[in-house]
Design a protein around this ligand. Structure first.
Ligand code: C2E
Ligand code: MG
Ligand code: MG
Ligand code: MG
Length: 279
């Protein structure tokens, strides 16, 4: 009996693993179709000046409008996209959408000062990146690239730095994303002269309860400020967080306290109304 049970369990796990592999495989196939059929959409989450509460820009966040499963967040597919080696393609799709949307905002008289897009490490290291960027109509100062700190941990640090300089020369700002969760020193990162440092929401969210995170966030803001780098807090979920961050000198705020990421139409409606409920 025991032997039997063991075998059944073994078969159960094998079946589970098998169905998981089948799901992954199906999603991978669907992802390639999704690129061809343009099922990806770009949503926008606003950022505000901590002092004036004015809209200073947005972050562009990719979503997959899946034909059967509805809107999927990046967690559901970025890993698979990476395995398929198509993250750079997705980043390019998002950037092209952003440039079109910027033209639409301009035509509608909606002022969105800048758009931050997330750039994967694959794309940053892509040799053709600069040439590709040169073919696009990028208005200097209106686009920035968010790069996670682990990109800079790599062997090829010199290559990365050279590419950063070329990107900056095109008028694209550099932001360090999710700062505070990795192991890179803040000083070495700030040597890259980014325009902004985004403090990770894992550090931001506990500041009202935990003195440790509060102290850490304050120190990060102070160091960045002393080197002329702007700070952005992500994961600002309440107005109490917003107030504490402003009092510590954080420049920009992004989070559910103001707005979740929104589709183009919803964001534009809110922007036209001046996001009045936020201030
Ligand atoms: P991220 O760049 O750190 O983006 C911020 C994430 O935090 C977004 O998740 C956003 O919806 C979420 N968020 C914003 N405010 C709050 C808040 O107040 N509380 C909480 N709990 N969460 C908040 P999302 O949209 O699911 O994106 C997840 C990650 O996927 C992004 O993290 C980014 O690393 C990646 N990603 C998104 N779009 C792209 C893209 O076009 N290209 C690449 N390579 N990566 C992308
Ligand atoms: Mg980001
Ligand atoms: Mg982030
Ligand atoms: Mg993040």
């Amino acid at each position: 009996r025991a032997k039997n049970l063991g075998r059944n369990r073994y078969e159960f796990f094998t079946q589970n693993l098998q169905s998981e592999i089948i799901t992954q495989k199906r999603t991978a196939d669907e992802l390639l179709t999704a690129i061809e059929e343009q099922q990806f959409v770009t949503w926008y989450q606003p950022q505000f000046c901590a002092n004036s509460m004015k809209l200073t820009g947005v972050e562009a966040l990719v979503r997959w409008r899946h034909p059967h499963r509805g809107i999927l967040a990046p967690d559901a597919f970025l890993g698979i996209a990476e395995d398929l080696n198509v993250t750079a393609t997705l980043d390019q799709i998002v950037l092209e959408t952003v440039l079109k949307d910027q033209m639409r905002w301009a035509a509608a008289g909606i002022d969105v000062p800048k758009v931050s897009v997330n750039v994967s490490s694959k794309r940053l290291k892509d040799e053709g990146l600069i040439e590709t960027l040169k073919t696009l109509q990028i208005t200097p100062g209106r686009i920035s690239f968010e790069l996670i700190e682990s990109i800079f941990l790599d062997e090829s640090e010199d290559g990365v730095t050279a590419n950063l300089d070329r990107i900056k020369a095109l008028g694209i700002d550099i932001e360090i994303d999710d700062f505070g969760t990795g192991h890179t020193s803040i000083v070495s990162l700030l040597k890259l002269r980014p325009k902004r440092l985004k403090i990770d929401r894992q550090l931001v969210m506990p500041i009202l309860e935990s003195r440790q995170e509060l102290t850490l966030v304050r120190a990060i803001i102070d160091i960045a400020k002393s080197l002329g780098v702007e700070t952005v807090a992500e994961g600002v979920e309440t107005m109490q967080h917003a107030k504490v961050l402003r009092d510590m000198g954080c420049d920009l705020l992004q989070g559910y306290a103001f707005s979740r990421p929104l589709p183009y139409e919803n964001f534009s409606t809110m922007a036209m109304a001046g996001f009045r409920q936020a201030s």
